[in-house]
Design a binder for this molecule. Sequence first.
Ligand code: NAD
Length: 357
Amino acid sequence: MNNFGQMIERGHERICFHHDADTGLRAIIAIHSTKLGSALGGTRRWHYATEEEAIFDVLRLSEGMSYKAACANLPMGGAKSVILLPKSGVPTTEAEARAMGRFIDTFSGEYIAAEDVGIDTQFVDWMATETNHVMGGETISSGGDPSPFTARGTFNGMKACLRHRGDEPTFEGLTVAVQGLGHVGMGLCRILHAAGAKLVVADINDACVCEAVELFGAERVPVNAILQVPCDILAPCALGAMIGPEQVKRLQAPIVCGGANNILVDPERDAAALHAKGVLYAPDFVVNAGGLIWLAGLWLGMGREELDARNDAIEHTTLEILEESRSFPSTHHAAIAVAQRRFVEGPTSERETAHAG
Ligand code: NAD
C-alpha cells in the first residue's frame, strides 16, 4: 500500500521527513492524532533494511501511542519518530541528537519526543539542548528513565486480570514467567518477588538471568521455552511480535500480561485466537502505559500523588476493558473501541479518574 493509503487507513494527520546536510541525519516524525492534545512518543534509532520498513514502523508505533494515551485517560495525542541509520551499530553523537532536536522543535510542541529503542537519557538531553519539547532526560530535560513506572503499571494490569477471573489480586503462591529481563522485565520481577510470586525467567543476555536468579530466586529456562512454560501469568517483556499462531497453540498460561510493546504478531488475529483458546490477554498498550503516564503527566504538570493514582488506575481501566471484551472478538478489539470512544468524547473527567484507582 502506498504512503497516503497507509496514513488514511490508520488515520494519521501528518508524516514529516527530515534530512540534515551537516550530520547526515535522516529522520521521520509521524503524528497520528492530536485530537486529545499534544502527542508524546519516543524516538527510535534503528537501521531499517528499506525506507518502506521505517515508514511502516513509525506509522504503526505512532498509532499505538494514540491508543495508549487515550486508554490511559491522558489529554494527549499519539506520535513517534524514527532515525534511520545507514547501518546497524552506528554510535550516537551529540551533533546527530542536536540535529534531531532542531527537527522536533519545528513542531512547536505538537510533538514531544522521549526515549525509545536505540537512544538513552544522554541522547535525550542532547536533543533537549535544541528544543524544550523533549521528556525523559536527566540533566537538561526531566523525567529520567520511565521503566520503573512501566513495570508498576504492568503489575497493576496483572491484578486486573486476576480479578477478572474471579481471583483475589494477590501473588503469594503464583508462578509468573517473565520473558526479557531488561529495564521493564527486571523491574517487574522485583515487584512480583516482593509480592510473593515465584518467578520463571529467560533472557538472551545471561548476565540478566544470573541477576534474577540471585536476587529473586528465579528459575531459569531457555529462551525458546519461556513462552510454553506452565505458569499462572506469562509476562512478555522483551521485544515485540513474540506471539503468533504457533506460540498461541503452545501457550500453557491462562493469562498473558506483559510490558512489551506490540506483543502479538497480528494483534486482531492473535488476540482473537487467544480468546478462542480461553487465554486472557491484557492488551499491551493498556497495561504498559505507566511510563507514558509518568512522562506525559510530568509534562502536563502533575504532582507525584496524581501520577501514582493514574498508574494505579491502570488496574481499573484494564478490568473495565476485560469486562467490556465480552461483546468483542477479543480484549484487543475492546481496548481499541475504548480508545476510539475517547478520541470522540475526550478523556474521562478528572473526578472520575481520581475515583478510578
Ligand atoms: P530493554 O532493552 O532494557 O530490555 C529488553 C530485554 O529483552 C533485554 O534484556 C534483552 O536481552 C531481552 N531480549 C531480547 N530478545 C529476547 C528474546 N528473544 N528472549 C528473551 N529475552 C530477550 O528494554 P525495556 O526498556 O525493558 O523494554 C522492554 C519492552 O517493553 C520493549 O518491548 C519496549 O518497547 C516495551 N516498553 C518499554 C517501556 C519503558 O518504559 N522502557 C515502556 C513501554 C513499553
